[in-house]
Ligand binder design. Structure first.
Ligand code: GAR
Length: 200
């Protein structure tokens, strides 16, 4: 059975969606460890309530690579095969990325490469796009930048606020993260340049 490591910084709804998919057999893997850089993260609390190994490694005042070495040590100890960033609000160092080539996924609430970084839903509203959405991609050392695995589009309505738009995007996030994890675990893909192509 493949082993997932989930990294989060906040609410943890994407973690919960992944955990629900694991429990329902939609993802053929187990959650080996949940790690947060934020001691107050709701997601960390939910993970321990659900019986997952939940660890806080505070990142405050730590240099990036020194921090990542602590996280990688925990992931190794937990024998993790695939890492899912689920609202983990930190850039990974080259060291971290090179330890897990093509084995780190991230979810982002926009159609990348539009609106990387913080408050992607607000960026989309302010820009005036008519469609936005969410993206699951492989992680490299640049912000929201690696090869794209799955995307889903969401219309922007005239009546939308950041709250209503974010909620509709989040619903899609929960679906596409399961789909992307399934594809990567199945190994039925190849990467050509930036393109992630299905082979079955
Ligand atoms: C999600 O919307 C996720 O896409 C976003 O943070 C939120 C976390 O929610 N991630 C990023 O913006 C990463 N650049 P959650 O804690 O409920 O999963």
């Amino acid at each position: 059975m493949k082993r997932l490591g989930i990294l989060l910084s906040g609410r943890g709804s994407n973690y919960e969606a992944i955990a629900d998919s694991v429990d329902a057999g939609r993802i053929n893997a187990e959650i080996a460890v949940v790690i947060s850089n934020n001691p107050m993260a709701k997601g960390l609390q939910r993970a321990s309530e659900r019986g997952h190994r939940a660890i806080c490694i505070p990142s405050k005042a730590m240099e990036r690579e020194a921090y990542d070495r602590l996280v990688v040590a925990e992931l190794r100890a937990a024998r993790v095969d695939l890492i899912c960033l689920a609202g983990f609000m930190r850039l990974l160092s080259a060291y971290f990325v090179n330890e897990y080539p093509q084995r780190i996924l991230n979810i982002h609430p926009s159609l990348l490469p539009s609106f990387p970084g913080l408050e992607a839903q607000l960026q989309a509203l302010e820009h005036g796009v008519k469609h936005t959405g969410c993206t699951v991609h492989f992680v490299d050392e640049w912000l929201d930048a690696g090869p794209i695995i799955v995307q889903s589009t969401v219309p922007v309505l005239d009546s939308d606020s950041v709250g209503t738009l974010s909620a509709r995007i989040l619903e899609q996030e929960h679906h596409i993260y399961t789909e992307a994890i399934g594809l990567v675990l199945s190994e039925n893909f190849r990467i050509e340049g930036r393109r992630v192509l299905r082979i079955k």
